[in-house]
Design a protein around this ligand. Structure first.
Ligand code: ATP
Length: 285
């Protein structure tokens, strides 16, 4: 038996860091939404009790370090399944980019195995299981638009953003989320107004949304990788209505209402930037 799942990337519309907890995690408040740039996850039912994973990307491990492998193991343990599975991942989402690719692959495996082995777990149950694999996995179970609190794993669905195009630009570097969080100085970072963004979403007000999106981690990433800041500045100068870094970077996301403008900005960034995409939001509610 073979089964396919789409694993969409996410972008942040906000990321705020509220403080550091005793358990070492940072308390965050972030708004995320899924976009139509996606990995393709194939699940094959195999004889035996093994989990095998392979991804067509040199930066992604093909062993138990892969988040998709961890998801399959967690699922098998939780629901006491003795079957084997081979996971093949076609990576279309850039790796270590702030776009949640690994988390989305893990979420796709949880959703897919739930179907393949007819377990009947609810999305809430899968999200709870996913929280043990990575903070962004619960969001990726739903892949709509949501507020993530705690260390990102507590999910509350929000109104869908107004339709728009998003330019994603990624320089040729990967960033480790952990290294960025380690360097945060809470006194020095900016704090986006999360409530104002939620209001803009509820009112489907594109200009208020763009005026308020923001990412507290930009200060840290920009100081380590000035190129990311240059990309942001270029997007602003080129006329994107709202621009912010996604996750801990290095991908920068620019929001525009019309495709013609997205294409102009895209053309201006190619050559300057390693990877550039025009994507749309998946959440069309
Ligand atoms: P995060 O903010 O959670 O770090 P990200 O989008 O910045 O997410 P990912 O592309 O998810 O980064 O990769 C982060 C790390 O996880 C990389 O070091 C990568 O090798 C490892 N990894 C493990 N499994 C996967 C996977 N299935 N896809 C991508 N990366 C994976």
């Amino acid at each position: 038996m073979v089964l396919f799942e789409r694993a969409p990337a996410k972008i942040n519309l906000s990321l705020d860091v509220l403080g550091k907890r005793d358990d070492g995690y940072h308390e965050v408040e972030m708004i995320m939404t899924a976009v139509d740039l996606a990995d393709r996850v194939e699940l094959y039912s195999v004889y035996g009790d093994m989990i095998e994973v392979s991804a067509d990307n040199q930066y992604v491990p093909n062993d138990e370090r892969n988040l998709a492998y961890k998801a399959a193991l967690a699922f098998k343990n939780k629901y006491q399944i003795n079957y084997g599975v081979r996971i093949e991942i076609e990576k279309n989402i850039p790796v270590s980019a702030g776009l949640g690719g690994g988390s989305s692959d893990a979420a796709a495996v949880l959703r897919g195995l739930n179907r393949m082995w007819s377990v009947g777990a609810s999305l809430e149950e899968l999200a709870e299981l996913g929280a043990g694999i990575g903070s962004d996995v619960p969001f990726c179970i739903y892949s709509t638009t949501a507020l993530g609190t705690g260390h990102g794993e507590k999910i509350r669905e929000l109104a869908a953003p107004p339709p728009c195009f998003v330019i994603l630009a990624k320089p040729n570097i990967g960033i480790s989320t952990r290294s960025i969080f380690q360097k945060i100085n809470i006194e020095e970072i900016m704090h986006p107004d999360t409530n104002e963004i939620i209001r803009a979403l509820e009112e489907k007000n594109f200009s208020n949304l763009c005026a308020n999106i923001g990412n507290a981690l930009e200060t840290v990433t920009f100081s380590l990788c000035p190129n990311v800041q240059h990309i942001k500045e270029r997007m602003v100068q080129a006329g994107a209505s709202g621009v912010l870094m996604s996750g801990s970077g290095p991908t920068v996301a620019g929001l525009v209402e019309h495709y013609s403008k997205a294409k102009r900005i895209y053309n201006g960034l190619r050559g300057f930037c390693d990877e550039v995409y025009i994507v749309q939001l998946l959440d069309r509610r």
